[in-house]
Write a protein that binds this ligand. Structure first.
Ligand code: SAH
Ligand code: SF4
Ligand code: F3S
Length: 441
């Protein structure tokens, strides 16, 4: 790389944890070449946006950011602007045609080429696109540059073959492929040596992991055996691939967290079918009960879409009804957003924005009630809290999470970030719990 031209880069990440992990890979590649990361756009010679295409508003944010970057570039013509990730994949033609000031467009399977492409661009000053998806790229042997935190994201599989009818991910990320058990283990060991105490295994469809016959459960056991791994989390699973074997593995190991993200999407069998979700409301409910039976007090969160094409008021009420029956600790709720290439975009019976909004509002009220109720049930219980950061509201308090993924605020006392401390939950006023560290325990 011609480092006389490019000395400093900025990198901003949108979207899910997979993108966060990918940005760490890109940062690792660039810093290995001697480039320095900066948060200050004024001193950056290259600015990369690692983008998300999951809903329209994710794309809108990036378009408006690109507008800002264009203005910076007008006064600084040598600035390289790069669009990485899921939007690059999805919008390359549009970007080339309408935003010629974007210099480099790189899809999620092309990051190894980033040094070459920067060099090529510096030589001929032409926009470069590489968005080819790979059947094999899992970025083995590349070590990400991780921030100084407690948690290491470890990507174990990429892509998705599920083709839920609303979702763009199979088109932006390509086919499913898993990384070898050995390379995952090697990366986790390295992360532990660097001082990380929590490992989060990542994939668009994390529990369909399959490497030469080794399943996700096998991998979890292997990671759990590594000395020094205090906590293991994973995201995002698909309900179809959560089975009793996996739950028993989770229950059998202390360092695998008592928490499952269990994305429901809808509680109506008709809607689930049109979403191509491959499970029924009855199966979903039974599995939720199984999770709580095998892992008592397990934290349960979900994703739900309202206003999917053709969703009737009655079908929406079936979703509320299933939420009521299960009671999730938390829920990420979204208005359906039509996405290019997807089957649902072609459906003729789209729902108006007003109806989507009123359904979302009603759902949020119900979820808030459940969160508060479950949080209040925790008052008086004892929890192990991993201290993650300073509380946003007070520099005398820490914020940390329980094994079951609930945020708890405690006084600092003598504890430090990365410590796991025993805490008695004293109060639950909203989504956040308050607790007291039990000293001398
Ligand atoms: N692989 C994960 C989902 C990743 S996307 C899984 O299957 O759970 C995260 C969430 O975004 C999805 O669970 C879904 O609830 C939401 N989502 C995806 N596409 C969407 C769309 N077109 N409109 C609204 N929400 C969407
Ligand atoms: Fe999208 Fe469905 Fe794949 Fe999740 S499982 S990434 S929602 S297609
Ligand atoms: Fe977004 Fe791509 Fe993740 S579309 S949610 S960044 S996989």
């Amino acid at each position: 790389m011609d480092s006389s031209v490019i000395k400093k880069f900025a990198l901003e990440t949108y979207g899910c944890q997979m993108n966060v992990a990918d940005s760490e890979l890109v940062e690792g590649i660039l810093t290995n070449l001697g480039l320095e990361k900066t948060a200050n756009y004024d001193e950056a010679d290259a600015i990369f946006l690692n983008t998300c295409a999951i809903r329209e508003n994710a794309e809108t944010k990036v378009h408006s950011k690109l507008g800002n970057l264009h203005k910076i570039k007008l006064n600084k013509p040598h600035l390289i602007i790069g669009v990485l990730g899921c939007m690059a994949q999805n919008l390359k033609d549009d970007l080339l045609k309408n935003k010629p000031y974007v210099d480099i467009i790189l899809g999620p399977d092309s990051y190894r080429k980033i040094p070459d492409l920067i060099n090529r661009h510096v030589k001929d000053n032409k926009s470069i696109v590489d968005t080819k998806l790979s059947r094999y790229e899992v970025y083995e042997n590349l070590f990400p540059s991780r921030g100084d935190t407690f948690n290491a994201w470890v990507s174990i599989m990429r892509g998705c073959d599920k083709f839920c009818s609303f979702c763009i991910v199979p088109f932006t990320r390509g086919r499913e492929r898993s990384r070898s058990v050995e390379s995952v283990i090697e990366e986790v060991k390295k992360a532990v040596d660097q001082g990380f105490v929590e490992i989060t295994l990542l994939g668009q469809n994390v529990n369909s992991y399959n490497f030469e016959g080794k399943s996700f459960s096998d991998l979890l056991l292997a990671v759990s055996d590594i000395n020094g791994v205090k906590r293991i989390r994973y995201t995002s699973p698909h309900p179809q691939d959560i089975n009793v074997e996996l739950l028993e593995v989770m229950a059998s190991r202390k360092n695998i967290c008592n928490y499952v993200h269990f994305p429901m999407q809808s509680g109506s069998n008709e809607v689930l079918k049109r979403m191509n979700r491959t499970y029924t409301r009855e199966h979903f409910y039974d599995m939720a009960m199984k999770i709580r039976e095998i892992m008592p007090n397990c934290g349960l969160s979900t994703d739900i879409i309202v206003g999917f094409p053709g969703e009737t008021d009655e079908q929406f009420r079936e979703t509320l009804d299933l939420m009521e029956a299960i009671k999730f600790n938390s829920a990420f709720t979204f208005k359906y957003s039509p996405r290019p290439y997807t089957k649902a975009e072609q459906f003729s019976d789209h729902i108006s924005e007003d109806i989507k909004k009123s359904r979302l509002d009603e759902m949020l009220i119900l979820q808030r009630k459940h969160t508060l109720e479950l949080n209040q049930n925790m008052v008086g219980t004892f929890q192990q809290v991993l201290i993650e950061k300073e509380s946003k509201k007070s520099n005398l308090h820490w914020a940390g999470r329980t094994d079951s993924n609930e945020w708890v605020i405690i006084e600092k006392n003598n504890s430090n970030i990365k410590d796991i401390v025993p805490v008695e939950i004293s109060d639950a006023t909203g989504v956040i719990l308050h607790g007291k560290e039990i000293t001398g325990a």
